[in-house]
Design a protein around this ligand. Structure first.
Ligand code: FNR
Ligand code: 8K6
Length: 347
């Protein structure tokens, strides 16, 4: 029944994955205090090398991109060396791994980077405080200047080069879940009146500039992106966002990326202004390889791939609970259910 999950798939890049099951990016807040990956992280990823492709936990591209404790970085030589241990462990076990590159934009907190501005498209903050550190209330960000934008684009491209130096097979830009790139793409977080705001092509300008800079640095075949057309996390929905994503997806379709990945917690969630689910909307508006995600079981994932809803599935929480998820599914063994307490340690 689930045989389709175990058929190989060749990405737009030519990279062949041994099966259709991807490890979804999962922030674990377990890097050391210099944001360097640890041996425990190398062991954790190595155990999951049976997936067709691991997408790493989100990795910050520079200090002011940090919004959670102990999230790893990819901007110091120590961090590059730390990631090298992880990629070698995965490759030695027959796996492949992409780095998810992250700047949280207005979800950053200066506590993590010794003070300074929180950057975002517009000076519109979010309510609330940092998870696990509730005393850190979110601040009103500074609207980025052209020179901030230039340096952010440069730093994304530099982090992509660092990822390749660290042995990653490619990078996935984190353009989802209400973080910096996504903040440009929604009307509720982007009130700019210059060439980065107000129209779909303007609102897509920064995201596409980052994509193009990364393509120039490491090649389109090693570049992927995750997007959240449906606002659901740290973001207010606005029906006009549809036009932005229609434009963005047409532009991404002509760039021959490795794949496109939807960013959502539960793909059963429907958005009126997208005419339904994220996976359906992305399939209808993007022509390359598509990764579905959000609440899939082996059964529902096999059915969705069989139905051509998407080409690959990313599995998140079940892979936290079951390091040997792929083997268990293959052997038709029972899966351990996920629970939040499992986030306390890497297994
Ligand atoms: C996530 N998710 C996530 N997404 C992302 O793009 N980058 C990240 O670093 C994280 N971190 C993260 C941490 C934890 C603890 C959870 C539970 C989730 C979202 C994740 O990739 C995925 O979209 C969801 O978990 C939905 O898939 P599952 O878990 O239903 O298979
Ligand atoms: C558990 C680690 C602490 C910080 C993790 C941050 C990672 C963010 C990933 C997105 C989380 C989204 C939660 C959204 C729930 C939406 C329900 C509709």
């Amino acid at each position: 029944m689930q045989d389709i999950l175990f058929t190989p798939f060749t990405l737009s890049s030519g990279l062949t994955l041994k099966n259709r099951i991807l490890m979804a990016p999962l922030t674990r807040c377990m890097a050391d205090d210099n944001l360097v990956p640890t041996q425990a992280m190398a062991d954790y990823y190595q155990k999951r090398a049976g997936t067709g492709l691991i997408i790493s936990e989100a990795i910050i591209i520079r200090p002011d991109g940090q919004g959670y404790p102990n999230t790893p970085g990819l901007f110091t030589s120590q961090q590059i060396q730390g990631w090298r241990k992880v990629t070698e462990a995965v490759h030695n076990n027959g796996g492949k791994i992409f780095a998810q590159l992250w700047h949280v934009g207005r979800v950053a907190h200066p506590h993590f980077f010794g003070g300074g501005d929180v950057l975002a498209p517009s000076a519109i903050g979010i309510e609330g405080s940092v998870p696990r550190m509730r005393e850190l209330t979110y601040q009103t960000p500074k609207a980025v200047t052209q020179s901030d934008i230039d340096s952010l684009i440069y730093d994304y491209a530099k982090a992509a080069e660092n990822a390749i130096e660290a042995g990653f097979d490619g990078v996935e830009l984190h353009g989802a879940n209400g973080y910096l790139i996504d903040q440009f793409l929604h009307y509720s977080s982007n009130h700019r009146t210059d060439e980065y705001g107000q129209t779909p092509s303007n609102m897509s300008r920064f995201p596409l500039a980052v994509v193009d800079a990364v393509i120039t640095a490491i090649g389109a075949e090693r570049t992927a992106i995750r997007v959240s057309p449906g606002a659901y996390f740290n973001m207010e929905a606005d029906a006009r966002d549809r036009n932005v994503f229609d434009y963005l997806l047409a532009q991404l379709s002509i760039r021959n990326l490795a794949y496109l990945h939807g960013g959502i917690f539960d793909d059963a969630m429907e958005f009126d202004y997208l005419d339904g689910r994220i996976s359906r909307y992305l399939r209808d508006n993007y022509t390359g390889a598509l990764v579905g995600v959000g609440g899939f079981t082996p059964q529902s994932a096999a059915a969705a791939i069989g139905n051509n809803d998407f080409d690959l599935v990313a599995i998140g929480r079940p892979l936290i609970a079951n390091p040997d998820y792929v083997e268990r599914v293959k052997q038709q063994q029972e899966l351990t259910p996920y629970s939040e307490e499992m986030l306390a340690a890497l297994i």
